[in-house]
Design a protein around this ligand. Structure first.
Ligand code: F6P
Length: 542
């Protein structure tokens, strides 16, 4: 049995859907006045209200049965025990080891990896203190004021998101920039106002072979050397590396003493709490970074030990499957009502879609159902004035995750009460809508009534925490990591490989010389690609 659709709970859910799809949240709330309190869980300081989902107690029972039939418990244990659950790459998946406390023991191939994790953390902390205090000097003797992280995918999205999320806690006397795109504009704009003698580049790449990152790193090296008199010795003062590949780091000319290591059991999209988080630590300091790791760990422990019916990531993962596969919802909107989380949806896109955008099971058979929904979103209340129209009155079902904090980081007049009023108003409007009778009772002319009706019954989760702190951010990210894991287990797919990005990379390598070499090499693509290449060559010379 490899396809999830052959499980008996799956079939039971399919027929149960026929009943639930006809129920309205208005009725479910009217029938159970305590639903809003009953269907909520609090763990590790995060409160999840899931009452506004299109579920009944029977739905929950069947979803939990599906988790059991999918052997979710055994798969969680396998991950935490360092088993090679990334089967296509034959790797353990141990981002949870990155936040294990000193003294814990997690074995990979019989070796406890926790001491290495802490020794890298200590090295990062020492380096961060030296840079932040000004003890680390650039080539000309000036202190470092600018930090530029060069990376892409997991080596960029996590660091950018965390920097933005925790800006409130960051060292404001320093400038942090992030370069990822191979589009030269990204580099040019990131450094245009920076003084090279005060600028440190962190080249962040697990493999240290990624085209975008290595190209940007070479450009950075040339930019830095040109301003620092061409002295190769300056590289050691202005470049550090975060990688698993010491040989390539040395080849680039970075002193491996200035390399911060991580391991092949850390997936790119699960690496923001590894040395890939060096820019985060430089920004917020080692103590805040450790507080973030502690937040991750608290959520890990909750996920590992809590019964599934009160397990936040498990519940969120099961709801995602419920809408994706039974309601045919194609997307999940993540809507943080916290400006500092503006890059959180972009971060989640890689986490969820690179992990679960798969079409075959672990055994290589067709999965037989839809996998990963599309994650997207924008911070509230901005989205309310653009795409919320579609969520409220469009023809598609878009389950939403609302994220809110009780205490603002910038207390300005009535702003925060107004912000939170919007969170609650949106979830209420989505669930309960406005009936034709209500619209008519407001004196609306008959012809206008259909346009002003909100059918409601649009599901949402509300996640609330006290305040956005480094610790809370760790919990929130771990919540989604484990929700994505839960979904992958239900679909019986490998959530930790990413073969889908390979083909385009290989083809691009083949095309580069066809754009650059003179005379033009023979083109053996399809007629469209050949034609586009010829047109580009013509235009760039004109
Ligand atoms: O896009 C594919 C991918 O391998 C991601 O999984 C990864 O986060 C990114 O490329 C960057 O890889 P690296 O850290 O090796 O440069």
């Amino acid at each position: 049995m490899t396809s999830p659709i052959t499980r008996s709970a799956w079939n039971a859910l399919a027929s149960h859907y026929e009943t639930v799809s006809k129920l309205h949240l208005r009725q479910l709330f009217a029938d159970d006045p305590k639903r809003g309190e009953r269907m909520a869980v609090e763990a590790a300081g995060l409160y999840l209200d899931y009452s506004k989902n299109r579920i009944t107690d029977e739905t929950l029972r069947l979803l939990l049965q599906l988790a059991q039939e999918s052997e979710l418990r055994a798969r969680i244990d396998a991950m935490f025990h360092g088993e090679k659950i990334n089967v296509t790459e034959k790797r353990a998946v141990l981002h949870v080891a990155l936040r294990a406390p000193r003294g814990a023991s997690i074995l990979v191939d019989g070796k406890n990896v926790v001491p290495e994790v802490h020794s890298v953390l200590d090295k990062m902390a020492d380096f961060s203190e030296r840079v932040r205090s000004g003890a680390w000097k650039g080539h000309t003797g000036k202190r470092i004021r600018n930090v530029v992280n060069i990376g892409i995918g997991g080596s960029d999205l996590g660091p950018v998101m965390a920097y933005e999320a925790l800006k409130h806690y960051s060292e404001r006397g320093m400038v942090f920039r992030f370069v990822s795109n191979i589009d030269g504009t990204d580099f040019a704009e990131a450094v245009w106002d920076l003084d090279p003698s005060e600028t440190l580049f962190i080249v962040s790449s697990k493999t240290f072979t990624t085209l975008e990152t290595m190209t940007n790193a070479q450009t950075a090296r040339a930019w830095s050397l040109a301003a620092l008199g061409g002295d190769e010795k300056s590289v050691a003062k202005h470049f550090v590396a975060v990688s698993t590949n010491a040989a390539e780091v040395a080849k680039f000319g970075i002193d491996t003493a200035n390399m911060f290591e991580f391991w092949d059991w850390v997936g790119g999209r699960y690496s923001m709490d590894s040395a890939i988080g060096l820019s985060t630590m430089l920004a917020i300091g080692p103590d805040n970074f450790r507080a973030m790791l502690d937040g991750f760990h608290q959520m890990d422990e909750h996920f590992r030990t809590a019964p599934f019916e009160v397990n936040l990531p498990v519940l969120m993962g099961l709801f995602a499957v419920w809408y994706n596969d039974f309601f045919s919802a194609q997307t999940v909107a993540v809507l943080p009502y916290e400006q500092y989380l503006k890059r959180f949806p972009a971060y989640l896109q890689q986490l969820a879609m690179e992990s679960n955008g798969k079409h075959v099971t672990l055994e290589g058979d067709a999965v037989g159902c839809d996998t990963a929904p599309i994650y997207w979103g924008e911070p509230g209340t901005n989205g309310q004035h653009s795409f919320y129209q579609l969520i409220h009155q469009g023809t598609r079902l878009i389950p939403c995750d609302f994220i809110a904090f009780a205490k603002p980081l910038n207390l300005l007049g009535r702003h925060h009460d107004m912000l939170l009023a919007n969170v609650f108003a949106q979830t209420e409007a989505l669930a309960f809508g406005k009936t034709p009778e209500q619209v008519k009772a407001e004196g609306t002319p008959d012809w206008l009534v259909p346009h002003r009706v909100f059918e409601g019954n649009r599901p949402s989760n509300t996640i609330m925490a006290e305040q956005l702190t480094p610790e809370t951010l760790g919990k929130l990210v771990a919540l989604y990591e484990h929700s994505v894991f839960t979904q992958g287990v239900i679909w019986n797919i490998d959530s930790f490989d990413q073969w889908g990005v390979e083909l385009g990379k290989v083809l691009a390598q083949r095309i580069i010389p066809e754009l650059e070499n003179d005379p033009q090499p023979a083109l053996n693509h399809d007629s469209s690609t050949n034609n586009l290449i010829r047109r580009y060559r013509r235009l760039k010379k004109s």
